[in-house]
Design a protein around this ligand. Sequence first.
Ligand SMILES: *Cc1c(COP(=O)(O)O)cnc(C)c1O
Length: 422
Amino acid sequence: MTVRPAPVRLCRVADDDGRERAEQLDAADALAGFRERFEFIDPALVYLDGNSLGRLPVTTAGRIATVVEQEWGDGLIRSWSAGWMDRPLHVGDRLGAALLGAGPGETVVCDSTTVNLFKVLSCAMDLRPDRRTVLASRGEFPTDRYIASQVAANHGGSVRWLGPLDPAATWPTEPVDAAELSMSLSDDTALLLLSVVDYRSAALADIAAITAVVHDVGALVIWDCSHAVGSVPLELRGAGADFAVGCSYKFVNGGPGAPAWIWAHPRHHHTMTTPIPGWMGHADVFAMTGDYVPGPGIRRFMSGTPSPVALAAVEAGVELVAEAGIGAVREKGMALTEYVMELADLWLRKHGVLVASPRDSRRRGAHVALRHPDAQELSRALIERGVIVDFRHPNGIRIGLSPLTTSFTDVHVGLTALRSLL
Ligand SMILES: *Cc1c(COP(=O)(O)O)cnc(C)c1O
């Protein structure tokens, strides 16, 4: 399928180095004020990696201090009944409403994305006991591939891998197409696991279209939203998706190792199972007797004791994206990624740098992958010069554009540095 590039042209052909243009774009940026809501300890640092670890919100340290000093220090164990117990659901509701298009009681913040993938994939296999095939992409994030293989094996099945044989050498730069995907589906397909935004190319999947073709064969779909949540609006319930998981430390700015989240469509709430039946997901946590009885709805995906300290940081991050509005965040993400491509075409293409992300903004998340044979050395040299990017094997430089914290001037300075290295 061919898609014409979006018609938007942000950057007129530069007669000078175009720095003024970047400053104009910053001056017109409705979200520019949100930079003040984050810590910029080193004002000279150009941080183009907010899709790996988002910046620190100014409020986070104080929020954590309140939990530590008051709720833990003073409240001690009484704080479990004074709010801690339900905080994974409370923060989940806020995250779900602001970022996922979810209703209350559909999202829980817990564990890591890896563990949550294991839980929801196992659950989906249980919900399709007559089917043995898991469908997933060869180019999927490693932890997703490992979990898909293990869960398939645990259920006596196997993974059918989609995409090119060596996705490391040449990863697809366009999203998975629903019509093409449907040819890999069969009545043995239990589930499809797919990233909404590809972690390398930023290709953005059409959740509604893909969910529809997967449901046509009676299979379930699990969306990994790690690189999408907090950067693109997700209408999971509206799209009829089954399950979703995602990180909180990337575009949600919830901090390193922040607990991840799980969302499940309410139609599964009465039948879904968990392979980790911990006491925190029990119907009566303090009953302490008898066998495991799953808690109502999404709570059953909780396993063990949550961290109120970590949840406070997630909540602070969610609040900022909610306040900005995911629609405005999406618009700025598109503008920033377009600007990266514009400068890459103008300055870097003649030095052998190629854009390895979709050209159409509607089909791209909030980062851009550039390809160059010396990507690894170039990335290292950029980081030494205070421009933080991400190297992706074997030849990718990933430029992350976190809409609340990245400026157009950051992009300009960062790509100027890259140009000077070529
Ligand atoms: C970042 C990311 C993860 C990370 O999983 P953790 O359990 O938090 O380490 C998983 N999947 C995808 C697609 C990601 O982008």
